[in-house]
Write a protein that binds this ligand. Structure first.
Ligand SMILES: [Zn+2]
Length: 240
């Protein structure tokens, strides 16, 4: 009886170490899919920003083409009006056509200004485009590397978890069912996953309350599981 109890306590101490590690690695693994999906969204955003700029340039280029066509049409009309000037009969007609020509020239020069601005914008984008493209690739590479690191981390955690689960499986068969039941119950009830606490300088190693001499005496008698009056964890005395 005494021997089994000592063994149980030793097993439970190890079991608690394993369970805390399992908790820790499981918790780490839980956050990882979200971490990866955030990184992938980051790539998406960088790429999208670049695509949007490219799209804007395409729009500018097509706007530029349209404006050139407008100019050509205006020039054609001006040419026609100038021919008309040669055949007008009255002074009024002449003036009317001249004022139309002046209006068209004005319109033409304002379109030319817009064309200049558009070309400047296109030029400046083209100049920056190569650099921007390189930056996008760099950023994508950086994010992909970060994802690889995260994936390696999850693999490492999963491997550790598998080893721990295996050790746990082998361990629990050696613990008395009653002690294991109490351990699992106390562990599930608490927030920190601790079920077993060492007596440290007459205090509970977990909740740190001062333990009565009688309680410590019971623990040292080693005749059954003894629980902390305050936190209800299983108490044990470290034997060197
Ligand atoms: Zn306690």
């Amino acid at each position: 009886m005494e021997d089994q109890l000592s063994r149980d306590l030793q097993f439970l101490i190890r079991l608690q170490e394993i369970d805390l590690d399992i908790d820790r690695y499981s918790e780490e693994c839980e956050g990882i899919p979200e971490e990866i999906s955030n990184k992938k969204q980051e790539i998406e955003r960088v790429r999208q920003e670049f695509d949007e700029k490219n799209m804007a340039v395409k729009e500018l280029q097509s706007k530029h083409k349209g404006l050139e066509l407008d100019i050509a049409a205006i020039e054609e009309t001006i040419k026609k009006q100038k021919t008309d000037l040669n055949v007008v009969k009255t002074n009024d007609q002449y003036k009317a056509i001249q004022s139309q020509i002046a209006k068209l020239e004005e319109e033409k020069s304002s379109i030319e200004e817009i064309i200049l601005k558009t070309m400047e914008e296109i030029d400046s984008f083209k100049k920056n485009s190569k650099e921007a493209e390189a930056n996008v690739r760099l950023e994508e590479g950086r994010i992909n590397d970060a994802i690889k690191l995260i994936e390696a981390k999850i693999k490492e955690y999963e491997d550790k978890l598998a080893v721990l689960q295996e050790e746990r499986k082998n361990l629990v068969v050696s613990v008395s069912p009653n002690a294991l039941k109490k351990y699992d119950y106390i562990r599930k009830r608490g927030k920190d996953g601790l079920a077993i606490a060492m007596v440290e300088n007459d205090n509970c190693g977990s909740c740190h309350i001062k333990l009565t001499a009688q309680l410590i005496n019971e623990v040292s008698k080693n005749q059954g599981l003894v629980f902390c009056d305050n936190c209800s964890r299983i108490l044990y005395i470290q034997k060197n």
